[in-house]
Design a protein around this ligand. Structure first.
Ligand code: GTP
Ligand code: MG
Length: 276
C-alpha cells in the first residue's frame, strides 16, 4: 500500500496477513461484547493525537506518512526544547498544538483526548516507531464493531524491530499478570499505537501521567466491558534521538498501576442480575 492511505478505504477487511499492514487481520474480540458498528463512514471524523517530547528529527517522517483524509492532527507537546513544534507547524500548518499540562506521556495523551473533536481518536508515537500507514487498519477495526482497537506487536502479523530483550521480558510478564488478573487475552500490554471511539474516552478516564498510560487504558477498557480488538502492528526502530522510557522505572510504574487497578472498584462491568 502506498504512503498516505485513505482512512475511508472500505477494502480493509479481515483476512490473512500478507506483510502489507493495511491487509492485515485483526484479532477476534479479546474481551467484551459491547461493540457495535457505530456511525457510517460518512459520519466518522478521525483525530490523531501525537505526544511529542523533543522529536524534531522524527516528526517530519510521521506527519508525511499520515493518511490524507484525517480530520485533525493534534500534537501534544511536553515543552520540547528542540524545534518539534515549529517544524510540525511548518510541515502541516493545520496541526493543532496543545501544550501538555505536565510532564509525562500519560498527561499528554489525556490532554490530547480532551482536545480531540473527532468521533475516532488514534494515538500514535512521534519517533517513527509506529507507521501512520497502519492507521486505516485501526479505523477499520472500529468501524467493524470494536470499541477499542489496540495495536499488538506480538500477535500473528505483528512485529517489533525496536524492543530490547529486557523490555520484551518485562512486557510479557506484565501482560500475563494483566491477563491473569483481569481475564483478558491481550498479546501486548505496553504499546502506544491505539484507536478508540471518542465516546468511550470518558470510560477510560485517563488520569495517569507516565508510560503506564497504555496499561491503564487496556485494563479499564476490559473492566468496563468494552469490545477490544487487537490489530497487528510493526514497530520500527526509533528513527533518531533518545528514548524517554526507562525499563525499570517505568516497569515499576506499570506494575503499580496494575495493582492499583486490581483493587479499584471503578469501571467494573455490572454482572447481569438473576432477578427481574
Ligand atoms: N508530551 C510528551 N510526550 C512524551 C513524553 N515522554 C515521551 N513522549 C512521547 O511519547 C512517545 C513515546 O515515547 P518514547 O520515548 O518513544 O518511548 P518508547 O517508544 O517506549 O521508547 P523507544 O522504543 O526507545 O522509542 C514519543 O512520541 C515521545 O516523544 C512527555 O513527557 N511528554
Ligand atoms: Mg518510541
Amino acid at each position: 500500500m502506498g504512503a498516505n492511505a485513505s482512512i475511508r478505504d472500505r477494502s480493509l477487511v479481515v483476512g490473512e496477513y500478507t506483510g502489507d499492514p493495511c491487509e492485515a487481520a485483526t484479532s477476534p474480540l479479546v474481551r467484551g461484547g459491547g461493540g457495535h458498528a457505530g456511525p457510517g463512514a460518512a459520519d466518522v471524523r478521525v483525530s490523531v493525537v501525537v505526544p511529542t517530547l523533543d522529536e524534531a528529527d522524527n516528526i517530519p517522517h510521521v506527519l508525511a506518512r499520515l493518511p490524507e483524509d484525517l480530520d485533525e492532527v493534534i500534537l501534544v507537546d511536553g515543552h520540547s526544547v528542540d524545534d518539534t513544534v515549529a517544524i510540525a507547524i511548518a510541515i502541516r500548518p493545520s496541526v493543532r498544538v496543545v501544550m501538555a499540562p505536565r510532564r509525562g506521556k500519560g498527561a499528554a495523551i489525556a490532554a490530547g483526548f480532551a482536545a480531540a473533536r473527532g468521533t475516532i481518536i488514534v494515538m500514535i508515537d512521534a519517533d517513527g516507531s509506529n507507521d501512520p500507514a497502519e492507521i486505516p487498519l485501526f479505523v477499520a477495526a472500529l468501524m467493524a464493531g470494536a470499541d477499542f482497537a489496540k495495536g499488538s506487536r506480538f500477535m500473528p502479523g505483528g512485529r517489533s524491530a525496536d524492543i530490547t530483550l529486557v523490555r520484551r521480558l518485562g512486557n510479557t510478564a506484565l501482560n500475563r499478570a494483566v491477563n491473569g488478573l483481569f481475564g483478558t487475552t491481550y498479546t501486548d500490554l505496553c504499546y502506544g499505537f491505539n484507536a478508540i471511539w471518542a465516546r468511550h474516552v470518558a470510560t477510560l478516564d485517563v488520569n495517569c501521567d507516565g508510560f503506564e498510560v497504555e496499561t491503564l487504558m487496556n485494563i479499564r477498557a476490559a473492566r468496563a466491558g468494552l469490545a477490544v480488538v487487537e490489530v497487528p502492528s510493526f514497530e520500527h526502530e526509533r528513527l533518531s534521538g533518545a528514548s524517554k522510557l526507562s525499563a525499570w522505572r517505568d516497569g515499576r510504574r506499570v506494575l503499580r498501576t496494575i495493582v492499583r487497578e486490581r483493587f479499584s472498584t471503578r469501571g467494573v462491568q455490572a454482572r447481569p442480575s438473576l432477578t427481574a
